[in-house]
Design a protein around this ligand. Sequence first.
Ligand SMILES: Cc1ncc(COP(=O)(O)O)c(CNc2cc3ccccc3n(O)c2=O)c1O
Length: 429
Amino acid sequence: MNYARFINALSASRRDSPIRTLTDIMLSSPPSVISLAGGVPNPDTFPFKSARITLSDGTEIDIGSALMKRALQYSATSGVPELIVWLKDLQKKLHNPPTMAYSPDKGKMEICVTTGSQEGLSKVFEMLVSPGDNVLLDAPTYAGTIAALKPLGCNLIGVPTDKHGMIPQALKDILSKWRPEDAATPDKKNPKFLYTIPNGCNPTGATLTTERKIEIYQLAQEYDLIIIEDDPYYFLQFNKDRAPSFLSMDIDGRVIRADSMSKTLSSGLRIGYLSGPKPLIDRIFVHMQASTLHTSTFSQILILELLNKWGVEGFMEHIEGVIKFYRTQRDAMLASADKWLTGLAEWHSPSAGMFLWIKIKDVADTYKMIMQKAVSKEILLVPGSAFNLDSAVSSSYVRASFSLSSPEQMDEGLKRLASIIIEERNARG
Ligand SMILES: Cc1ncc(COP(=O)(O)O)c(CNc2cc3ccccc3n(O)c2=O)c1O
């Protein structure tokens, strides 16, 4: 892979911060090293001395004074080293990426802890995108990605999707506008990357099949595309037979994967992690050195203490409980949709994630219905146009989340939605 062609001028101009490099050396040095280098505060002045966290199973995590001093201090740019090791082991067990065995210049898999996967995504986009670039992505897609991409001045090209995710033939038809051999010629504007949410897609609830992933990866090889695999709902797959990730099939070193702890351990601790080729992840490091410096050390230490206590086996046991919860929630929302929306709307049963993507029959644009009528009837949903690459384009869809409300609340909520739809039908006559 020629990684240089994917890195925009802004990212290529970034250089290691000597201070951060020295801090990273200091943080990984033995006590014999005396540092007068870092402008870091003395933790003896911090007012927080220790913490005891009680877990849902009644056991406790103790953060004693020594660990608290570390948790409250600056830490390495890429992440707390022990957490990086733990996450690499998890990726090995879950995805067995071919790139873990590659040399750095061949795209050896590197990991960077980020402040939520949202930070990871935004930094990846700010590394890859130059104004005028053509960018391929699921349509519709996560509003946070659209918000991160649009200001970068690129041309967002939506690839049609269905309940099984991105449609490979549609991708092939779009790509046929360019010649693969022009990929290395910048002014031909061949797309440089493809963004997709492979499991429990936000907002459609779609999950890519293995067959489609293989086809999409082959197209990415043919047109020399980077694949950005945004997969925060990977651990919310309700069926046992999980399709392999793009990272697991990445023999070229062309996949950047964004994972998140938000849907399984905590959304407020803001822990995400990027896994990708070292030449690209290194660009994210230097960007972090000049922006957040690093993800919250306290958040990382707390998560690390939990993961060390559980081990991968214990973590996966926790995931089983999370899957059971969301599958039950999904089933409750589907039952209420059948009860109240049959004849008024259409939907498919998501096999992952936390969203039901509802198409309201005979309604071209749900925006006013949802943002005005539904709010006045005290039911909050998201109009489908919020997920269109061009929000001015109307949508017949509504996104309903089954993550927070109880089955009773979901039932009442969809009952209210049904009454609004019927009211509007009657008003149209
Ligand atoms: C596909 C995809 N990729 C990345 C992220 C970011 O997750 P992170 O790891 O926590 O940074 C997300 C989070 N999605 C949402 C977040 C959210 C937060 C407050 C309020 C509403 C929110 N709604 O509605 C969301 O969909 C996502 O769905």
